[in-house]
Design a protein around this ligand. Structure first.
Ligand SMILES: [Zn+2]
Length: 140
């Protein structure tokens, strides 16, 4: 079985994200590299804690709280926000808030892509965590 780690390596090698198969892509390695760059002072705090107002607002009102701590300010309870892009969805994506809405997207015939971003409401840390496709249900 192919691991998610090798999927990510394949993306990095080819540089062609859009032609990847529908397997979920885990961005933990990239995230950890960003955290390390901040700890090594290669990136400033403002560069890693740059959540924009819209993202913060979505995190606050429609995010799902996790049990993970912020890697920057160590506050508990990072929030995950899921944006879905695809046919019949707004160009800037839809912030999916409920399991029911997610299930509806899963059952569609058209394929959409979900992007999960973790956000710290305290300091503004944010990073893409994973990407996955949904939908593609067969007719009948
Ligand atoms: Zn934080």
């Amino acid at each position: 079985m192919k691991s998610q780690r090798s999927d990510l390596a394949a993306v990095k090698r080819s540089g062609r994200v859009d032609s990847m198969p529908a397997a979920p892509v885990d961005y933990r390695i990239a995230r950890n590299a960003t955290v390390k760059a901040w700890k090594d002072k290669q990136l400033g705090r403002l560069e890693v804690c740059d959540a924009q107002r819209e993202l913060r607002r979505n995190a606050e009102f429609c995010g799902a709280e996790t049990d993970r701590d912020c890697p920057v300010c160590t506050v508990e309870g990072l929030v995950e926000v899921t944006y879905v892009f695809g046919p019949y969805l707004p160009k800037h994506g839809r912030c999916v808030t409920t399991r029911k809405e997610m299930q509806r997207l899963q059952q569609r015939r058209s394929v959409s892509t979900g992007y999960v971003v973790e956000v710290c409401l305290e300091c503004g840390w944010n990073h893409l965590i994973r990407r996955y496709t949904m939908g593609g249900a067969k007719a009948g």
